[in-house]
Unconditional design. Structure first.
Length: 608
């Protein structure tokens, strides 16, 4: 959840460190700091608050040095405070280090160090590492890090500079992402690729147990698992402009508007000559697969809920969907006849990675749906579908969610082909229909954005908002409610429409907004009955429905009617999510919320 950057080159490091940390702001943070390696000293500047506050401190303090590390911290151990910000140092102030992750046995280590006379300035688990490094150091930093690695438990991406060794930045990685960028006159370090795209597209992705030393001329990697260093190399096709706002007020709005492009890119790569191209699935396909298990967290989990309906309907294969943090601790009935699909935008989600490992131990085949082909989840899976959404900066996922949906649609079609559950004629009809989606997404954006903006102004004064739907529409309702609450902080809940009368209807009173999703013809009549129940109690119904389902309905039957383009109802879910995203965005804007960086949330959740 925190951010790390590092620089070793011929220029002053401070400007790069600040710029790199700003590119990682989307990960979430409450304090920040840098350390630069000066002449026989380490300059450490850190403070609670924003990077603007850190920049003010840097203007008055010494930041000289051509080697440096920087960090944005999201509090886990210790409240947001200057003393708890990174970098941390030990008693001798020889080392400065930054750390992402959690040291699970830090309390025992801290007690041992206190008994040896060490004194601590912070409440963090990270400061223990600085003191432990001093204890373990005998001849060189790498030796000390090897010794330290044997004593610490947990997850860590660790970067260290040593005032008595101008050799560069020392790195250690375990269960928390780190990438090294290779430049011409400098080399770089970061916890995420977007921080470095302005400087390089060539990266080494570190694995668990890896150590490395980075200076201006060389990158030395010491593999933790014996794997060849060349296998860690990754070339990013992303453009630096992709992580800029390009005239939009917020990254979230830009990413919502990028969805037609994302859909065209993904589908053009996967639909060729009347064929769904899913070689990743074909490589691991087994005729004796008896079921599918989808596991993920948050928005990715809700995409899996949609995926379940698609796969079951097209491929006639039973599907379970489990929240990754729960799958680890329950009887899951996964075996070698299970295809497990793990979904993660970042590919580094700690709970999803742990669920993957549980499934692998049970003998299941793992297929990853991820936006980061170089991620830990991608590397540990048997096959990987790159959803090709490009860098997503806003914490609230939009274009990556849409790309996940498209991934599930194509997986459903390919599974149907492999299992013979659809005729060639049916497959051909579905393929032709799905190719129309990018244009329909674009049309929906332009047609509904002004309507959603006005609608948002009318709902922001309510304490609770509800979303209802049936079947696939309920899965979409889950994501619609999540988008609204995570960026506008309005309490929002989603329910299967048929469950209203089993308790929830007690919360519907005069004026309460209720979004009703209706994209499936065979269920629309049932949902309309639930709509009448809401209206009878004074609720304001906002209908999000396919145009063909509303041909015989008057618009004044609803508080608001958002019509979607005519489409095959199976694909309508991809279109229906657009007005939900737009309404959430404009509600948050109306309330003057921090849209791209909502409170208490981070883009990549790399701790349990």
């Amino acid at each position: 959840m925190c951010g790390i950057v590092g620089y070793a080159g011929k220029e002053q490091a401070d400007e790069f460190l600040l710029a790199g940390l700003k590119r990682l702001e989307y990960r979430g943070y409450d304090s920040a700091g840098i350390a630069t390696l000066g002449d026989e000293c380490v300059n450490v500047i850190k403070c609670k608050g924003s990077l603007d506050e850190l920049e003010d401190c840097m203007e008055t303090d010494n930041t000289a040095g051509e080697i440096g590390i920087g960090h944005t911290r999201w509090a886990t151990h210790g409240v947001p405070a200057d003393c708890n910000a990174h970098p941390h140092q030990g008693c001798e102030d020889r080392f400065a280090l930054v750390h992402n992750g959690i040291i699970e046995n830090y309390q025992k280590l801290k007690q041992d160090l206190l008994e040896r006379g060490h004194k601590f300035d912070s409440e963090t688990d990270t400061e223990v590492l600085a003191h432990l490094l001093e204890e373990e150091h005998e001849s060189d930093v790498l030796q000390a890090m090897r010794s330290m690695r044997e004593k610490i438990e947990g997850s860590y991406a660790l970067a260290v500079v040593d005032r008595e060794d101008s050799g560069g930045i020392y790195v250690l990685r375990q269960a928390s992402p780190l990438v090294i960028g290779e430049g011409e006159d400098a080399n770089f370090l970061a916890s995420d690729i977007p921080a470095l795209l302005e400087y390089t597209k060539d990266f080494y992705v570190l694995e668990d147990g890896d150590m490395a030393v980075i200076d201006e001329d060389e990158i030395d990697i010491y593999p933790g698992n014996g794997q060849a260093v060349e296998e860690r190399y990754f070339h990013a096709d992303w453009d630096a402009e992709m992580v800029e706002k390009q005239g939009y007020e917020h990254f979230m709005l830009k990413e919502i508007h990028e969805q037609p492009t994302v859909a065209r890119r993904f589908l053009s790569d996967r639909l060729k000559q009347e064929e769904v191209k899913m070689p990743e699935l074909e490589e691991i396909w087994q005729e004796d697969f008896e079921k599918v298990m989808i596991t993920a967290c948050g928005t990715a989990y809700y995409s899996g809920q949609v995926g379940r309906h698609i796969i079951e309907e097209l491929a006639r294969l039973p599907v379970d969907v489990e929240i990754a943090s729960e799958l680890r601790y329950k009887q899951n009935f996964i075996d070698e006849d299970t295809l497990v699909i793990v979904v993660s935008q970042s590919g580094e989600t700690a709970d999803t990675l742990a669920a993957l490992e549980v499934a692998q131990k049970k003998g299941a085949k793992i297929l990853a749906l991820t936006n980061t082909a170089s991620s830990s989840i991608a590397r540990q899976s048997d096959a990987v579908v790159d959803i090709m959404a490009g860098p997503e900066i806003a914490v609230a996922s939009t274009k990556a969610y849409l790309a996940m949906l498209l991934g599930f649609y194509l997986l459903g079609l390919k599974l149907a082909e492999l299992r013979g559950t659809l005729s060639q004629s049916e497959l051909s009809d579905y393929r032709r229909e799905i190719l129309k989606l990018p244009d329909r997404i674009e049309s929906t954006l332009h047609r509904t954005e002004p309507q959603c903006q006005k609608l948002a102004e009318t709902i922001v004064d309510y304490d609770s908002i509800f979303f209802i739907g049936r079947n696939l529409d309920y899965s979409l309702a889950l994501e619609g409610a999540l988008k609204l609450k995570e960026i506008s902080y309005i309490h929002a809940e989603s329910y299967p429409a048929g469950e209203l009368k089993h308790g929830t209807l007690a919360l519907v009173e005069e004026g309460v907004p209720v979004f009703a999703l209706m994209t499936r013809g065979k269920l629309a009549r049932k949902t309309l009955s639930n709509v009448e129940e809401v209206k009878a109690r004074g609720g304001r119904v906002i209908a999000v429905a396919s145009s063909q389902l509303m041909e015989e309905r008057a618009e004044d039957e609803f508080y608001e009617l958002i019509k979607l383009p005519v489409s095959n109802e199976l694909w309508a879910g991809v279109i229906a999510v657009i007005p939900l995203q737009l309404t959430a965005y404009y509600a948050a804007k109306e309330l003057d919320c921090s849209i791209d960086k909502p409170r208490n949330l981070a883009k990549s959740v790399t701790v349990e």
